[in-house]
Design a protein around this ligand. Structure first.
Ligand SMILES: Cc1cc2nc3c(=O)[nH]c(=O)nc-3n(C[C@H](O)[C@H](O)[C@H](O)COP(=O)(O)OP(=O)(O)OC[C@H]3O[C@@H](n4cnc5c(N)ncnc54)[C@H](O)[C@@H]3O)c2cc1C
Length: 298
């Protein structure tokens, strides 16, 4: 049922506007809001926290259909569901769930996840953004990069160093809000594609974060970041599956229409081999992704 609903919405409402939004790079607020109303921004989140209370397989099926129409909508959906919601559900206090999870899972607000820095990517423990405790606040300074939904996010899960001597055990996670002094949205990345999913730098200059906004214990940030990324990989794979399916279907349609040397190009064996290889790899990855989704629940 969720696949049917996601497919209908994606094909009727997203597909017709996808190319235009990709070209302009505008954030597709209206369709994202509608997706929120349909429960697509918190599929695995329990209903008591504003989500749809469904399982990982439902999330994967919906995300696949959305990405088949437009990878940008899929990326925004994936960050809200996987990178933002999941960490708060698993590590957040009841107050944090009420204040931050509820509005994002119910689609009223946009969440973001900020780990990467200009000089710290895969090797995330080398981050430099610093949070220093002063009484009942942390003072945060630093520069983050490649934050999906950074230009529009209402709330951000932010990772900072709290103990520079402790390596990856010296990282902590915080819930930060853009309407506070010291939160600056930096340059927007001019990407090659997926442009309607805005990506930007975030800069922190003496940003004051209350202690109650720390997510998890002090020093637990790296564990939170990796746990969230691990769960998110199933979503990323579903995005790739949806995009691949759309590419396959467009190719199939084209080779059935285009003619060369007196026949449809799909009737040339060399072209047919390529299509067969595409379909084989798509179906193999589909089975792997669905299996991973089921295993995540076990
Ligand atoms: C569109 C987009 C959206 C993003 N959204 C977010 C977001 O919302 N939040 C966020 O925090 N980050 C985000 N990122 C950042 C992303 O997570 C990083 O790009 C990723 O962590 C890789 O870091 P890097 O690009 O600095 O590459 P690097 O870490 O510099 O790696 C570059 C290359 O070095 C090689 N390499 C690195 N380490 C190894 C190794 N151990 N073994 C072998 N080879 C290695 C690989 O070839 C790798 O591809 C986003 C990135 C993109 C492109």
């Amino acid at each position: 049922m969720i696949r049917r609903e996601a497919r209908r919405f994606a094909q009727e409402e997203i597909a017709p506007i996808a190319a235009e939004f990709d070209e302009t790079g505008d954030f597709p607020s209206q369709t994202i809001k509608k997706m929120g109303e349909m429960g697509f921004m918190g599929i695995e989140i329990p209903e008591e926290y504003g989500g749809a209370g469904m399982d990982t397989l439902s999330y994967v099926l919906a995300l696949e259909e959305i990405c088949k129409a437009d990878a940008s909508h899929g990326t925004i959906m994936s960050v809200n569901n996987s990178l933002f919601n999941f960490g708060i559900l698993k590590f957040g206090t009841e107050a944090q769930k009420q204040k931050y999870l509820m509005p994002v899972a119910s689609g009223q607000k946009i969440g973001a996840y900020s780990l990467t820095e200009p000089m710290s990517g895969s090797d995330a423990a080398t981050m430099r953004t610093r949070a220093i405790r002063e009484g009942d606040q942390y003072v945060i300074n630093g520069r983050k990069s490649w934050v999906t939904s950074g230009p529009v996010a209402d709330f951000v899960v932010l990772f900072c160093i709290t103990d520079p001597e402790a390596g990856h055990r010296g990282i902590s996670a915080f819930l930060v809000e853009p309407n506070q002094p010291g939160f600056i949205r930096g340059k927007k990345e001019p990407k090659l594609g997926i442009r309607a999913s805005a990506t930007s730098e975030l800069i922190f200059e003496d940003y004051r974060c209350p202690v109650e906004n720390r997510l998890g214990k002090e020093g637990e940030g790296f564990k939170i970041a990796m746990t969230v990324l691990d769960a998110g990989r199933i979503g990323i794979a579903s995005q790739a599956l949806g995009i691949a399916e759309a590419a396959y279907e467009a190719s199939l349609e084209y080779v059935r229409q285009r003619e060369a040397f007196g026949q449809k190009i799909g009737q040339f064996q060399g072209t047919a081999f390529k299509l067969a290889d595409m379909k084989t790899r798509i179906e193999a990855s589909r089975l792997l992704i669905y299996q991973a989704a089921v295993k995540k629940e076990q």
